[in-house]
Design a binder for this molecule. Structure first.
Ligand SMILES: [Zn+2]
Length: 262
Protein backbone atom coordinates (compact mmCIF):
# COMPACT_ATOMS: atom_id res chain seq x y z
CA UNK A 1 0.00 0.00 0.00
CA UNK A 2 1.11 3.53 -0.35
CA UNK A 3 1.53 5.31 2.94
CA UNK A 4 -0.82 8.00 1.72
CA UNK A 5 -3.62 5.52 1.28
CA UNK A 6 -2.81 4.00 4.63
CA UNK A 7 -3.10 7.30 6.46
CA UNK A 8 -6.32 8.18 4.73
CA UNK A 9 -7.99 4.86 5.54
CA UNK A 10 -6.60 4.87 9.01
CA UNK A 11 -7.95 8.18 10.22
CA UNK A 12 -7.70 8.48 13.96
CA UNK A 13 -9.07 5.03 14.76
CA UNK A 14 -6.90 2.45 16.50
CA UNK A 15 -8.19 -0.14 14.03
CA UNK A 16 -7.52 0.41 10.35
CA UNK A 17 -10.55 -1.52 9.25
CA UNK A 18 -13.39 -3.03 11.18
CA UNK A 19 -14.56 -5.18 8.31
CA UNK A 20 -11.89 -7.74 7.41
CA UNK A 21 -11.70 -8.62 3.76
CA UNK A 22 -13.58 -5.61 2.50
CA UNK A 23 -11.44 -2.64 1.66
CA UNK A 24 -12.82 0.89 1.83
CA UNK A 25 -12.27 1.16 -1.94
CA UNK A 26 -14.50 -1.80 -2.60
CA UNK A 27 -17.12 -0.53 -0.22
CA UNK A 28 -17.04 2.85 -1.86
CA UNK A 29 -17.33 1.30 -5.30
CA UNK A 30 -14.24 2.87 -6.79
CA UNK A 31 -13.88 0.24 -9.46
CA UNK A 32 -11.62 -2.39 -7.95
CA UNK A 33 -14.44 -4.93 -8.07
CA UNK A 34 -14.86 -4.34 -11.79
CA UNK A 35 -11.31 -5.38 -12.61
CA UNK A 36 -12.18 -8.94 -11.61
CA UNK A 37 -8.67 -9.24 -10.23
CA UNK A 38 -8.41 -11.57 -7.28
CA UNK A 39 -7.19 -9.90 -4.12
CA UNK A 40 -5.32 -11.68 -1.38
CA UNK A 41 -4.76 -11.14 2.33
CA UNK A 42 -1.13 -11.12 3.40
CA UNK A 43 0.08 -11.01 7.02
CA UNK A 44 3.57 -9.68 6.41
CA UNK A 45 5.19 -10.38 9.81
CA UNK A 46 4.82 -13.60 11.85
CA UNK A 47 6.89 -15.79 14.20
CA UNK A 48 7.01 -19.45 15.22
CA UNK A 49 8.97 -21.41 17.79
CA UNK A 50 11.99 -21.06 15.53
CA UNK A 51 12.19 -17.62 17.19
CA UNK A 52 13.61 -17.65 20.74
CA UNK A 53 10.69 -15.59 22.04
CA UNK A 54 7.84 -17.63 20.53
CA UNK A 55 6.42 -21.02 21.47
CA UNK A 56 4.08 -21.36 18.47
CA UNK A 57 4.63 -24.72 16.84
CA UNK A 58 4.82 -24.51 13.05
CA UNK A 59 1.83 -26.84 12.72
CA UNK A 60 -0.20 -24.55 15.01
CA UNK A 61 1.00 -21.55 13.04
CA UNK A 62 -0.33 -23.19 9.87
CA UNK A 63 -3.68 -23.94 11.48
CA UNK A 64 -4.00 -20.35 12.74
CA UNK A 65 -3.18 -18.98 9.30
CA UNK A 66 -6.01 -21.03 7.79
CA UNK A 67 -8.37 -20.03 10.60
CA UNK A 68 -7.57 -16.36 10.04
CA UNK A 69 -8.46 -16.69 6.35
CA UNK A 70 -5.07 -15.49 5.16
CA UNK A 71 -3.96 -16.31 1.61
CA UNK A 72 -0.30 -15.55 2.12
CA UNK A 73 1.92 -15.23 5.15
CA UNK A 74 5.43 -13.87 5.52
CA UNK A 75 7.25 -16.13 7.99
CA UNK A 76 9.80 -13.88 9.63
CA UNK A 77 11.49 -15.58 12.56
CA UNK A 78 14.37 -13.93 14.37
CA UNK A 79 17.69 -14.73 12.68
CA UNK A 80 16.64 -18.00 11.06
CA UNK A 81 14.62 -19.21 8.07
CA UNK A 82 14.26 -22.81 9.30
CA UNK A 83 10.75 -22.31 10.66
CA UNK A 84 9.70 -20.54 7.47
CA UNK A 85 11.04 -23.36 5.29
CA UNK A 86 9.18 -25.89 7.41
CA UNK A 87 5.98 -23.85 7.21
CA UNK A 88 6.33 -23.65 3.41
CA UNK A 89 6.68 -27.43 3.32
CA UNK A 90 3.47 -28.09 5.21
CA UNK A 91 1.45 -25.13 3.88
CA UNK A 92 -1.98 -26.22 2.77
CA UNK A 93 -4.49 -23.64 1.61
CA UNK A 94 -2.11 -20.70 1.86
CA UNK A 95 1.28 -19.59 0.50
CA UNK A 96 4.42 -18.78 2.42
CA UNK A 97 6.98 -16.08 1.72
CA UNK A 98 10.17 -17.18 3.42
CA UNK A 99 11.58 -14.32 5.43
CA UNK A 100 13.80 -13.50 8.39
CA UNK A 101 13.81 -10.70 10.94
CA UNK A 102 17.52 -10.05 11.16
CA UNK A 103 19.23 -8.42 14.13
CA UNK A 104 21.60 -6.03 12.40
CA UNK A 105 23.88 -3.61 14.21
CA UNK A 106 21.50 -0.88 13.04
CA UNK A 107 18.42 -2.61 14.46
CA UNK A 108 15.99 -5.19 13.11
CA UNK A 109 15.62 -5.60 9.34
CA UNK A 110 13.24 -8.03 7.60
CA UNK A 111 14.29 -9.86 4.47
CA UNK A 112 11.57 -11.45 2.31
CA UNK A 113 11.79 -14.02 -0.51
CA UNK A 114 14.94 -15.50 1.00
CA UNK A 115 16.49 -18.87 0.21
CA UNK A 116 19.33 -18.65 2.71
CA UNK A 117 19.58 -17.00 6.11
CA UNK A 118 21.39 -13.71 6.53
CA UNK A 119 23.70 -13.67 9.57
CA UNK A 120 22.98 -11.35 12.47
CA UNK A 121 25.17 -8.51 13.78
CA UNK A 122 26.21 -7.15 10.39
CA UNK A 123 25.85 -3.44 9.59
CA UNK A 124 22.57 -2.26 8.14
CA UNK A 125 24.20 -1.76 4.74
CA UNK A 126 25.72 -5.25 4.69
CA UNK A 127 22.46 -6.86 5.86
CA UNK A 128 20.49 -5.11 3.13
CA UNK A 129 23.10 -6.03 0.50
CA UNK A 130 22.94 -9.71 1.50
CA UNK A 131 19.16 -9.69 1.17
CA UNK A 132 19.24 -7.98 -2.23
CA UNK A 133 22.10 -10.21 -3.47
CA UNK A 134 19.81 -13.24 -3.22
CA UNK A 135 16.92 -11.42 -4.86
CA UNK A 136 15.11 -10.64 -1.61
CA UNK A 137 13.15 -7.59 -0.52
CA UNK A 138 13.99 -5.39 2.47
CA UNK A 139 11.37 -4.21 4.98
CA UNK A 140 12.19 -2.22 8.11
CA UNK A 141 9.73 -3.26 10.86
CA UNK A 142 8.27 -1.07 13.62
CA UNK A 143 10.73 1.83 13.12
CA UNK A 144 9.28 4.14 15.76
CA UNK A 145 8.37 1.61 18.41
CA UNK A 146 8.75 2.72 22.00
CA UNK A 147 8.16 -0.78 23.38
CA UNK A 148 10.95 -2.58 21.57
CA UNK A 149 14.62 -2.40 22.32
CA UNK A 150 15.93 -3.56 18.98
CA UNK A 151 14.06 -1.43 16.48
CA UNK A 152 16.01 0.61 13.98
CA UNK A 153 16.93 4.04 15.33
CA UNK A 154 16.00 7.19 13.46
CA UNK A 155 19.57 8.02 12.43
CA UNK A 156 20.04 4.56 10.90
CA UNK A 157 16.70 4.73 9.12
CA UNK A 158 17.60 8.14 7.67
CA UNK A 159 20.91 6.71 6.46
CA UNK A 160 19.44 3.48 5.02
CA UNK A 161 16.05 4.58 3.73
CA UNK A 162 17.01 4.85 0.05
CA UNK A 163 18.16 1.21 0.14
CA UNK A 164 14.99 -0.33 1.57
CA UNK A 165 11.97 -1.61 -0.37
CA UNK A 166 9.27 -0.97 2.25
CA UNK A 167 8.59 0.25 5.76
CA UNK A 168 6.21 -1.44 8.19
CA UNK A 169 3.50 1.16 8.83
CA UNK A 170 1.12 -1.05 10.82
CA UNK A 171 2.38 -3.53 13.41
CA UNK A 172 -0.33 -5.07 15.60
CA UNK A 173 2.03 -5.36 18.56
CA UNK A 174 2.78 -1.70 18.91
CA UNK A 175 1.80 -0.62 22.40
CA UNK A 176 1.00 2.85 21.15
CA UNK A 177 -0.88 3.46 17.93
CA UNK A 178 0.95 6.73 17.38
CA UNK A 179 4.10 4.72 16.71
CA UNK A 180 2.37 3.25 13.65
CA UNK A 181 1.16 6.70 12.62
CA UNK A 182 4.71 8.03 12.82
CA UNK A 183 5.92 5.17 10.60
CA UNK A 184 3.15 5.83 8.07
CA UNK A 185 3.95 9.54 8.05
CA UNK A 186 7.65 8.82 7.49
CA UNK A 187 6.85 6.41 4.63
CA UNK A 188 4.61 9.00 3.02
CA UNK A 189 7.13 11.79 3.38
CA UNK A 190 9.86 9.76 1.72
CA UNK A 191 7.74 7.87 -0.83
CA UNK A 192 8.40 4.44 0.69
CA UNK A 193 5.91 1.57 0.32
CA UNK A 194 4.13 0.51 3.51
CA UNK A 195 3.53 -2.98 4.92
CA UNK A 196 1.31 -4.34 7.69
CA UNK A 197 1.69 -7.41 9.85
CA UNK A 198 0.61 -8.96 13.13
CA UNK A 199 4.17 -9.65 14.36
CA UNK A 200 2.41 -12.65 15.94
CA UNK A 201 4.45 -14.52 18.52
CA UNK A 202 1.42 -16.56 19.61
CA UNK A 203 -0.94 -18.40 17.26
CA UNK A 204 -3.92 -16.36 18.44
CA UNK A 205 -2.29 -13.15 17.18
CA UNK A 206 -1.91 -14.34 13.58
CA UNK A 207 -3.95 -12.22 11.19
CA UNK A 208 -4.40 -9.26 13.53
CA UNK A 209 -2.93 -7.12 10.77
CA UNK A 210 -2.61 -7.78 7.09
CA UNK A 211 -2.39 -6.16 3.68
CA UNK A 212 -5.19 -6.80 1.22
CA UNK A 213 -3.67 -6.56 -2.22
CA UNK A 214 -3.98 -7.84 -5.80
CA UNK A 215 -2.77 -11.40 -6.16
CA UNK A 216 0.83 -11.79 -7.26
CA UNK A 217 2.94 -14.55 -8.73
CA UNK A 218 6.12 -14.02 -6.73
CA UNK A 219 8.98 -11.70 -5.96
CA UNK A 220 8.90 -10.01 -9.38
CA UNK A 221 5.39 -8.59 -9.13
CA UNK A 222 5.13 -8.37 -5.34
CA UNK A 223 6.01 -4.68 -4.94
CA UNK A 224 3.62 -3.63 -7.72
CA UNK A 225 0.83 -5.54 -5.95
CA UNK A 226 1.80 -4.10 -2.56
CA UNK A 227 1.55 -0.61 -4.04
CA UNK A 228 -2.16 -1.33 -4.63
CA UNK A 229 -2.64 -2.75 -1.16
CA UNK A 230 -4.74 -1.62 1.77
CA UNK A 231 -3.75 -2.14 5.41
CA UNK A 232 -6.10 -3.74 7.90
CA UNK A 233 -5.47 -4.43 11.52
CA UNK A 234 -5.99 -3.87 15.19
CA UNK A 235 -3.57 -3.58 18.04
CA UNK A 236 -3.00 -6.70 20.11
CA UNK A 237 -2.68 -4.79 23.38
CA UNK A 238 0.00 -4.69 25.99
CA UNK A 239 -0.97 -8.05 27.57
CA UNK A 240 0.65 -9.75 24.60
CA UNK A 241 4.03 -8.37 25.50
CA UNK A 242 3.70 -9.70 29.01
CA UNK A 243 3.01 -13.14 27.57
CA UNK A 244 6.02 -12.91 25.30
CA UNK A 245 8.34 -12.19 28.18
CA UNK A 246 6.78 -15.02 30.15
CA UNK A 247 7.14 -17.40 27.19
CA UNK A 248 10.77 -16.47 26.78
CA UNK A 249 11.41 -17.06 30.44
CA UNK A 250 9.61 -20.37 30.46
CA UNK A 251 11.49 -21.55 27.39
CA UNK A 252 14.77 -20.62 28.96
CA UNK A 253 13.87 -22.28 32.24
CA UNK A 254 12.60 -25.35 30.39
CA UNK A 255 15.84 -25.71 28.49
CA UNK A 256 17.87 -25.31 31.64
CA UNK A 257 15.94 -27.86 33.65
CA UNK A 258 15.82 -30.43 30.85
CA UNK A 259 19.57 -30.20 30.32
CA UNK A 260 20.10 -30.48 34.06
CA UNK A 261 18.15 -33.74 34.23
CA UNK A 262 20.12 -35.38 31.45
ZN1 LIG B 1 8.88 -9.60 14.69
Amino acid sequence: MTAERFIRDDGTQPAVSASPGRSPEIEQGKGLIDTGARRVRVDMHTHSEASPDSRTKVADQAQAIRAAGLDVVCATDHNTILGALRLREIADGFRVIVGEEISSRDGEIIGLFLESAVPRDLSGEETIARIHDQGGLVVVPHPFSINRRYHMRRASLDRLRTKIDALEVFNAREAIFLNNRAAAAYAKEHGILGTAGSDAHRASEIGRAWVEMPDFAGRADFLAALREGVAHGRLSGTAVHVFTRYDRLRKWLGRKSSSATR
